[in-house]
Design a protein around this ligand. Structure first.
Ligand code: HEM
Length: 341
């Protein structure tokens, strides 16, 4: 399942083939401009991930330390990742709107703002604190652990951890509800087009927006449903992972965003299951990248309020969003240049 791709070697290690194509696409998008390397948003589905959300302590010193550490995060990734290149360690840094302001950059990406809570009739997509998001992925949990350990050591007292989730890949990329998750993700050129900011906000091209939400499942209640009912809620068959011909009000339908002219808007997701059976905790960590933050906001609106209002996503009757936050993911050169501000 985790096929190794060929690629070329750099100081940072092996750059897999899919990434070469992705960068080529970004370069062609930039025309004559210097090609912009995104962070490793397109890294392949990994066996493990850590989602770490922190807030930055008060004061200029804390902001300066946090900025210095995030701008140099790639050197930590190199230091740990070189110990097993097949482990494909990567780390994406997302920066929240308040933190961006504190980092001393005069302009902000046009859509960067805290996640707006969405209150539906029955369920709410909460908005919770978060200045920095670290999305760490690898094929080995020890690589994720080691990077997180070193990262937090460098950040020291400049940050407080508000959430930390260790995700794992569950069988054939299923979530804990038992459905294959991630099938309709865009691939190839579609992936860059969906996940990266383009020339509509040229100063931030090659960057992205990311939204995370931690969902806790009531698995007993979910598993008490007939499989056919679960399938109508998700919009796909459970065993074979096939799209249902008709599934009005399903998760699939509510998260499909189509303009009046028929244009469909995708996002790039890398959800991960997490849990502690001994404590009765079973969850899905939702993570979605988009070049246009409003696409994810429209999905949340349709899931929580419903379309038409009231016909909300029934996944939410069994899954509670206990966190929610939004970040800007600068391109790699922009992230590295933050230290100079
Ligand atoms: C409890 C949380 C969630 C679970 C368990 C979940 C699970 C799934 C599953 C099983 C699919 C079908 C297979 C696939 O294409 O991936 C799916 C599709 C999708 N989900 Fe979710 N999801 C969750 C939350 C969200 C949220 C919060 C969003 C967006 C804000 C979202 C956006 C999407 C999109 C865009 C698709 C693809 C729709 C299509 O084009 O067919 N999901 N999700």
């Amino acid at each position: 399942m985790y096929a190794r791709s060929r690629g070329y070697a750099t100081r940072a290690g092996l750059v897999p083939e899919h990434r070469v194509a992705y960068r080529g696409f970004m370069a062609s998008q930039q025309g004559d401009r210097v090609p912009i390397d995104p962070q490793s948003i397109e890294a392949p589905l990994s066996a493990f991930a850590v989602f770490l959300v922190v807030t930055i302590a008060e004061g200029d010193d804390a902001a300066a330390t946090a900025k210095a550490v995030v701008s140099d995060v790639e050197s930590l990734v190199r230091a740990v990742g070189i110990r097993d290149l097949d482990g494909q360690l990567s780390c994406i840094v997302g920066i929240g709107s308040t933190a961006w302001g504190r980092f001393g950059v005069a302009v902000a990406p046009s859509q960067l703002h805290p996640l707006t809570a969405v209150e539906g009739r029955v369920h709410t997509a909460v908005s919770t604190p978060g200045d920095l998001l670290f999305h760490i992925r690898a094929q080995r949990s020890d690589l994720c652990f080691e990077l997180e350990r070193l990262l937090l050591g460098k950040l020291g007292r400049s940050v407080a951890v508000v959430d930390e989730v260790q995700g794992f890949r569950y069988f054939d990329t299923r979530d804990l509800l038992g459905f294959v998750d991630g099938t309709e993700n865009p691939t190839g050129r579609g992936m860059a087009a969906a996940s990266l900011i383009g020339q509509e906000d040229p100063d931030f091209a090659g960057g992205s927006y990311v939204v995370v939400q931690k969902y806790l499942h009531d698995l007993d209640a979910w598993n008490a449903l007939a499989t056919s009912t679960q399938e109508h809620i998700v919009g796909r068959t459970k065993a074979d992972n096939l799209e249902l011909d008709s599934a009005p009000g399903s998760h699939k339908e509510l998260t499909t965003i189509t303009d009046a002219d028929g244009t469909e808007h995708d996002i790039l997701r890398d959800n991960m299951p997490f849990g502690r059976p001994g404590s009765g905790e079973f969850g899905t960590y939702f993570i979605g990248y988009a070049g246009d933050l409003s696409v994810i906001e429209r999905m949340l609106e349709r899931m929580f309020v419903g379309e038409p209002p009231g016909s909300y996503d029934r996944i939410l009757d069994f899954s509670t969003a206990v966190t929610g936050s939004a970040y800007f993911v600068p391109s790699l050169p922009m992230l590295e240049s933050l230290a100079g501000n």
